[in-house]
Design a protein around this ligand. Structure first.
Ligand SMILES: [Ca+2]
Length: 382
């Protein structure tokens, strides 16, 4: 067989395989009514096999949580956790108490919205300022960031202050992660609220990473003289800075192609114009993505020791991207088959642990008897 006929044989076989797959998918959709997205598999494609729960020391810090969305480590054995349905939970020495039940949420049509990200002020020890991203139903359903003073004497929240209102909301794509950066500004991920074109509109708050001062002002060096820091995002739900001060953000792609982006001020991250390996001279392609057939459904993201860790919801793994400069130099999938869906990921500010929460009670997973759980693993295990 010469090379030419060999190549032709492969081509015909490949085409037949693709045709067969297309037919099978079509039958699946027709018979079972499954959206095509269901065929994208949680993936380890391109990933090295990482740790398993059997072989690594891990500790369940809290259990029986209800769709935990974010965790903030306050100190030794002290944590704040948001539950998407509206409870802000204080966990102290393994005991849980609800500090606040946010009850103005548009529930149940809430979907992916609700009580989402939290961040403590950099001077939290003095001012007890807590920032909360939440979906509210006032004149209309929208996402907001509010600041509260936590009164740990009475375990109440006081002095609600609007930091930003009017972030578009939808049953899907609400963004919701918030974090203070090394420049002391507050960064906020917003989703496109299922209106993809808004991600390219620099006057809209949807499909962006926003940057504000701690009192909700617009920093002097924001790129467009408004709240927008970067744009062209579909649904970013993870933010972190590495040791070099680079901002990494994870984002849910369309048709697989979930993204890890290196985010810089004023840049366009492409949605809905480009995705995956597409390039455009005016836009930034992801540093790494899950490929055309694989899904991470990435959420919480945290950097430590030269790696960017992020949660896989549908991926049901903890992913670790080893970072060298502005590139991903290794990619590892931890806890495959161990904990189910993973949503929040954070590194304790002083305790050398990586914390993550499961998300098996959110209606998209198989909840175990004690789900959902807050789990921690020593960083030196990775
Ligand atoms: Ca993108």
């Amino acid at each position: 067989m010469d090379n030419r006929s060999f190549g032709a044989g492969i081509g015909a076989g490949a085409i037949a395989t693709v045709v067969l797959l297309v037919v099978l998918v079509a039958i699946g959709v027709a018979v079972f009514g499954l959206p095509v997205g269901q065929f994208f598999e949680p993936t380890e494609t391109g990933a090295s096999a990482g740790l398993s729960a059997d072989e690594v020391e891990h500790e369940v810090v809290a259990e029986n949580l209800n769709v935990p969305w974010e965790v903030e480590v306050l100190g030794e054995d002290r944590y704040l956790v948001t539950e998407r349905s509206g409870a802000l939970v204080l966990i102290e020495d393994g005991e849980k108490q609800v500090l606040e039940q946010f009850d103005e949420l548009d529930n149940p049509p809430l979907g992916e919205g609700g009580l989402l990200g939290i961040a403590t002020h950099l001077n939290f020890a003095e001012n007890n300022y807590l920032y909360v991203y939440q979906t509210v139903d006032r004149e209309s359903v929208e996402n907001t960031v509010r600041r509260y003073e936590v009164d740990f004497e009475s375990n109440e929240l006081r002095d609600e202050t609007a930091i930003i209102d009017g972030i578009p909301s939808h049953r899907f794509h609400n963004g919701g992660r918030i974090a203070f950066g090394p420049d002391d500004n507050l960064y906020i991920t917003t989703g496109d609220a299922k209106s993809a074109e808004l991600a390219q509109d620099r006057e809209s708050l949807a499909g962006k990473i926003l940057r504000l001062t701690d009192d909700g002002g617009i920093p002097d060096d924001n790129p467009f003289d408004n709240e927008v820091y970067s744009y062209g995002h579909r649904n970013a739900q993870g933010l972190t800075w590495d040791e070099d001060g680079q901002l990494w953000a994870t984002e849910h792609g369309s048709q697989a192609r979930d993204e890890l982006n290196l985010v810089e001020a004023g840049e366009n991250y492409g949605w809905p114009k480009i995705s995956g390996d597409d390039t455009d001279t005016e836009m930034q392609s992801p540093v790494y993505h899950s490929g055309p057939y694989g899904t991470w459904a990435p959420a919480g993201t945290a950097a430590a020791d030269g790696s960017v860790f992020f949660a896989g919801l549908r991926g049901e793994r903890l992913y670790e991207a080893g970072v060298t400069g502005d590139r991903v130099s290794s990619f590892t999938a931890h806890f495959s088959g161990d904990f189910g869906r993973i949503r929040a990921v954070t590194v304790g500010p002083t305790d050398e642990y990586l914390y993550f929460t499961t998300s098996n009670t959110d209606g998209r997973g198989d909840a175990g008897s004690n789900d959902d759980r807050l789990i921690r693993v020593p960083l030196d295990a990775f």
